[in-house]
Structure formats: C-alpha cells, structure tokens
Design a protein around this ligand. Structure first.
Ligand code: DX5
Ligand code: ZN
Length: 218
C-alpha cells in the first residue's frame, strides 16, 4: 500500500477554516490530522468539540484525531460522535492502555497509540498486536512548526521491526517537523503516514506541498 499524507489542521488559518478544509479536500491528501491539546498533558490548548464537528461537516476525508490530553478515556465517546475515524491516545497519558484501546475500537474507530520522543518503542511490545496504528512523535508535542528530532529514524525502524512479526498491517505515523527535506528518508525508515502542518499550510502552494509529500517512493 502506498503511504498516506495527513495535513495537520493546527497549522490552518482558523479564520478561514472552511477554505483550508476545501483545499485539503481538493488535494491529494488522505486524512485530516486533528490535534487536541488540553493545556495539561502539553503546555498548549488547541480546540475542542465544536471545531472538530465543524471540520467534520466540511471534510470529505477521514479525521485522524490526535489526543494530547490527560485521561483521554473521559472523552473518547464524544470524539467518536464528533466524527473521528481514528483516535490516537498517548502512551504517557494512559495507565490502563489496553482498556483504552479496546474502548476506542468498541466505538468503531481505528485505535492508535502515540509515543513521545523520550518513550522507548520497546514499551509497545505488549499492545502492538491490538493497534491499527502507532504514532511516533518527532517533536515534543504541543506546538506546530518545531524542529524535527533526528533520533526518530531509529524509532521508526524499531516500530517497523516490532510490527513485522506482531502486526504486519500496522500503520506507522510520524508527526512533527515533517517536510520536503525529510519525508523520503522517513518513508524509507518505516513511516507509512506522514503528518505535516507547517510545511503544508505555510507553503506558497499548500496543495503542491501535499502533492510533493505524496510523490515519494520507497
Ligand atoms: C504537535 C502536533 C503536530 C503538529 C505538527 O504537537 O501533534 O501534529 O501539528 O506540526 P508541524 O508539521 O508543523 O511540526
Ligand atoms: Zn499531531
């Protein structure tokens, strides 16, 4: 399967959200990446249900919802009802991760777990078989436009290796600082879903930036 590209709405123009959603609808992008931040798990607040519902109303592609919030179990149902296709929770925010993952699946969503830059891939060994996707953070979560952390390549390769035996259909998403200088190497290292915020929406031609990220060959 060819890789997927998920532009991050966090970098869109919120005063022209419908315009930017249409732009993604009409581009070669596969998903909308939707970042939810609570000012507790990460030192920033992004947006909540009314905005997710507004995105859903206009989006013609699946919503890939990334929850950077403490105790995400409290809100899974509401995000599913708001239109999430996939829900990503953070390993670091879930003491009962297996239960959380089952709850996401029972809501009819794809289940995904994110790991922060300092969290070892090996900690996913006993949950990987239950997942549809693993998200490897390539910046510290909380803000768009940050510098890509090079160690991510090693971690993507480790996830790919772990998935080989345990879950060959697993999607591997990379999030943070992805642009036209590193996407090819990220795909080679094992990524199958590229999230891109700043490099898409700050580009002179965002649609062309998406096309470029889609063109990569592994
Ligand atoms: C960071 C978010 C990312 C962010 C990526 O906490 O999870 O999805 O929007 O933005 P860029 O591509 O600008 O690093
Ligand atoms: Zn994200």
């Amino acid at each position: 399967m060819s890789h997927l590209v998920a532009p991050s709405v966090l970098a869109a123009d919120f005063a022209n959200l419908q315009r930017d959603i249409e732009l993604v609808n009409n581009s070669k992008a596969d998903w909308f990446h939707v970042d939810i931040m609570d000012g507790m798990f990460v030192p920033n607040i992004s947006f909540g249900f009314p905005v997710v519902k507004a995105i859903k109303k206009h989006a013609t592609k699946p919503l890939d919802v990334h929850l950077m919030i403490v105790d995400p179990d409290r809100y899974l149902k509401q995000f599913a009802e708001a239109g999430a296709y996939s829900i990503t929770v953070h390993y670091e925010a879930c003491p009962h991760l297996h239960r959380t993952v089952q709850a996401i699946k029972e809501l009819g969503c794809k289940a995904s777990v994110a790991i922060n830059p300092h969290t070892p891939v090996s900690l996913l060994k006993d949950i990987i078989a239950d997942l549809d996707m693993i998200l490897v953070m390539s910046v510290n979560p909380g803000f768009g436009g940050q510098k890509f952390i090079e160690h991510t390549y090693t971690k993507l390769a480790e996830v790919k290796e772990l998935a080989k035996a345990a879950n060959p259909n697993l999607l591997i998403e990379v999030d943070g600082g992805v642009d036209d200088t590193n996407y090819q190497a990220l795909l080679s290292a094992g990524a199958s879903v590229l999230v891109a915020g700043n490099s898409v929406f700050s580009a002179q031609d965002p649609s062309l930036a998406i096309t470029t990220l889609k063109q990569a060959q592994v």
